[in-house]
Design a protein around this ligand. Structure first.
Ligand SMILES: [Zn+2]
Length: 392
């Protein structure tokens, strides 16, 4: 029986859908673990105060972390120093955050022992990127914003890393108090290392291992070999892909691009990075891949049926709703097409980081004709996207 991890996706984040699509790829479901998303909103929570987020993580108060000696906490930082400050934002108290998670846990009828993790754009009073309770409880949170100030990679990489770390620590140590007791004050390349220099989160992102000493403690508690077997390749993938994204120079040659049967883009020579677009964006991108000669945007309505066929393969929607979506998209009188192209290009830029990389895949225009400049021999499509089979 696979174990379920419940992720509460805070819709106060306007880009929650993109985050979820990014996380889908890094939190692969497998035999022993299933991730289940629930949409929630923290918008009703009372905001304690608004202020500039401090560069330093705050120490916890004794009430927040009873029984831990203050000197033990001195360097207990899972956060980062900031080169430039993120904009001010609402700050929630830990009390409020944990009460919200606890209430949602009960309201959704999730069994008490199953892990529930809130993914929220809100900052918190101690300025931590993630945490869980000082006492044993199967609940934690991860802040999903501000990562771009510290890490050159889309935010779902550090967020997924924090989620995996939380899961392993919650299972292996049970509480924040116990985790801090075993954490390494000097880095040893273990997931339980402190980030003493807060800007070292990019180093943390490259950590995919648990040291033998921690492992022994964690396996004696609730960390199972099955869970470890699920987490290890996932963390390794995050490690390799993040390391790749930190490179400062683009490769001499563009990676081949494979589009799988769900319309997900896979960059085969870029550490298998993948890009999940929204359904209508997928249909549009596939259309341009299938038409390397390109097209003028005001001629796109000639291909309405073809784009609709692609869209219906991606999204299981009734035909009248789908037709409306595609009609809007190809209507030369509204701006939908420009917005979609901009969003696709922005997502490719966000994922691939370097112009020498993402420019090969973006939809670009020369003298009014829009096309993807990637050489056709670099493009491989799943058989599902064969034009001749689409209209059947
Ligand atoms: Zn360790």
């Amino acid at each position: 029986m696979p174990e379920t991890i419940h992720l509460l996706l805070d819709t106060a984040d306007p880009e929650a859908d993109d985050l979820r699509r990014g996380l889908d790829d890094l939190l692969q479901n497998n035999g022993s673990l299933v991730f289940r998303f629930h949409n929630v909103s923290t918008e009703g929570l009372s905001v304690e105060w608004q202020e500039m987020i401090l560069a330093e993580k705050r120490k916890l108060t004794p009430e927040q972390l009873d029984l831990i000696e203050p000197e033990e906490l001195h360097d207990a930082s899972f956060n980062l120093s900031m080169n430039s400050l993120p904009p001010p934002k609402s700050v929630l108290s830990w009390d409020n955050l944990f009460r919200f998670i606890e209430q949602t846990h009960a309201m959704l009828d999730i069994p008490g022992e199953e892990l529930v993790i809130l993914l929220t754009p809100c900052a918190n009073e101690n300025n931590w990127f993630s945490s869980f309770r000082s006492n044993a409880a199967s609940e934690g949170f991860v802040q999903t914003t501000d990562w771009e100030f510290f890490v050159r990679a889309p935010r779902w990489f550090p967020v997924a890393h924090q989620i995996w770390t939380l899961i392993l620590q919650l299972k292996g140590f049970g509480s924040l108090r116990n985790t801090l007791r075993y954490a390494h004050k000097s880095a040893v390349g273990c997931l339980n290392d402190f980030c003493e220099q807060k800007s070292d989160i990019h180093i943390k992102l490259r950590t995919a291992d648990i040291c033998d000493a921690c492992l022994e403690v964690m396996l004696r508690r609730d960390l199972t070999q099955e869970l470890l077997a699920a987490a290890t390749p996932a963390l390794e993938k995050i490690r390799l892909q993040s390391k790749f994204l930190q490179q400062r120079f683009a490769e001499a040659e563009a990676s081949p691009l494979f589009i799988d049967e769900k319309g997900v883009l896979h960059f085969e020579n870029y550490q298998q990075l993948s890009c999940r677009l929204a359904p209508v964006e997928k249909a549009l991108y596939l259309f341009f891949l299938l038409h390397p000669e390109g097209t003028r945007l005001n001629e796109l309505s000639d291909y309405k049926q073809e784009i609709l066929d692609l869209y219906l393969c991606i999204r299981n929607q009734d035909i009248s709703t789908a037709s409306e979506v595609v009609r809007n998209l190809v209507n030369p009188l509204n701006n939908s097409i420009n917005e979609k192209i901009s969003r696709i290009n922005a997502k490719l830029e966000q994922l691939l980081c370097l112009p020498g990389r993402y420019e090969h895949y973006q939809i670009t225009h020369t003298s009014g004709t829009y096309a993807i400049p990637l050489f056709p021999e670099k493009i491989r499509l799943h058989a599902r996207w064969d034009l001749t089979s689409l209209s059947k």
